[in-house]
Write a protein that binds this ligand. Structure first.
Ligand code: SAH
Length: 365
């Protein structure tokens, strides 16, 4: 089976030669005609995957609790107060966050303007509907740098994993850029190019890596982290980044496609499968520190939610509900915080950074 985007990419390759993994990744997600996020609503049961805010309102509520605490620790600023999210999907998490903040800290809710950074027109329309009751507070942005200056409370869930990475493959001549070309049967296939990489960008241990080993470098992610860090440095604030990823930098291929709730080879359904790669949180933390931003901590999603009081909140939500509804809440808690491979508790990681440095639960005991 082929896809319209696969045909378009093959046409590009036949004229210009193989393209880099970064360009392939970017086309799959953001090609104006056939890009995955440009054309559809991928979330939920009818889509290809379910994200944490779509599992249960509990997720966004816990993030709201965290942001209220951060705002309090930053001594409750109310001037030029921004709440921002990048890659808001359906807008579900922001709706849950705003409802929680309104209950816990009306002063924060009333003073803040809300900024959504979203490139997909299809998803912007859905966000407008989800967040219609907050419309007077909302502004949409094509990119992070147009958020007005001020104190920032920032969140991103499953955003960084959708930012294209570069891959390098170990060859007899060292690491070379990994490319997407076509094989003799005209199917898309990986190949090694000629472009090398500054060894300083490669993870430790790369010299001893076996031929065929993949190393990933994420300049676009790093650029966003730099921008975010500089914003926090200038105006103060706290950012919470949640994603599929690893706590420590390592070697290996993490490019991953999901098509109709099943893992799929990354070259099989360009434009029709979701394409992501694991986020290297250590490198994001190093960027923050290099820009004088404090890293509050880094932990698994399960630990983060449980320490913030997920079980207590789930109990309150279930009170007075039917046994069926209670079972659904219980299942959502398991999905969000459980440690089995099909649950999100261990796979997803949470990192918080702040400026100035503040001590934030659950990263302190
Ligand atoms: N946070 C949501 C959606 C995650 S999917 C959730 O948890 O459900 C990734 C999101 O990032 C989508 O909304 C996608 O359109 C958006 N996105 C991808 N690349 C982007 C970019 N460069 N700038 C802003 N948003 C982007």
């Amino acid at each position: 089976m082929t896809t319209p985007l696969a045909e378009k990419i093959k046409a590009i390759i036949s004229v210009n030669g193989p393209i880099s993994v970064t360009d392939y990744f970017a086309l799959c997600l953001a090609d104006p005609e056939h890009g995955y996020y440009r054309t559809r609503d991928p979330f939920g049961r009818g889509g290809d995957f379910v994200t944490a805010p779509e599992v249960s309102q509990l997720f966004g509520e816990m993030i709201g609790v965290f942001l209220v605490e951060a705002w309090q620790k930053h001594l409750r600023p109310t001037r030029n107060l921004r709440i921002a999210e990048i890659g808001p999907g359906r807008g579900t998490m922001m709706a849950d966050i705003l409802r929680t903040i309104r209950q816990l800290a009306p002063e924060l809710h009333d003073a803040a303007t809300v900024h959504l950074v979203e490139t997909s027109p299809a998803l912007r329309r859905i966000q407008q509907t989800t967040l219609a009751s907050h419309s007077e507070k909302l502004a949409w942005h094509e990119s992070f740098d147009t958020i007005p200056p001020g104190f920032l409370l920032f969140v991103a869930n499953e955003f960084f994993d959708a930012v294209p990475i570069r891959q390098f493959v170990k060859t007899a001549n060292g690491f070379r850029e990994r490319l997407v070309g076509a094989d003799e049967k005209e199917n898309l296939a990986f190949a090694a190019g000629v472009t090398g990489v500054d060894p300083a960008l490669l993870p430790a241990g790369h010299q001893a890596a076996a031929p065929g080993t993949i190393a990933e470098v994420a300049p676009a992610r790093m650029a966003i982290m730099q921008l975010l860090s500089d914003r926090l440095f200038d105006g103060g604030g706290t950012a919470l980044i949640i994603d599929y990823g690893h706590l420590a930098t390592g070697l290996g291929d993490t490019l991953q496609a999901v098509f109709k709730h099943t893992f799929d080879p990354p070259l099989a359904h360009p434009g029709e499968a979701d394409l992501t790669s694991h986020v290297d949180f250590q490198s994001l933390a190093e960027i923050a520190r290099s820009r004088s931003i404090a890293v509050n901590g880094l932990m698994t999603q399960g630990e983060f939610l449980l320490k913030l009081g997920l079980l207590e909140r789930a109990g309150a939500l279930g009170r007075g509900k039917s046994p069926k509804q209670q079972a659904e809440i219980q299942a959502a808690v398991e999905r969000l915080a459980g440690t089995a491979p099909n649950q999100m508790g261990e796979l997803f990681k949470v990192m918080s950074v702040s400026s100035p440095d503040v001590q934030l639960a659950p990263f302190i005991d």
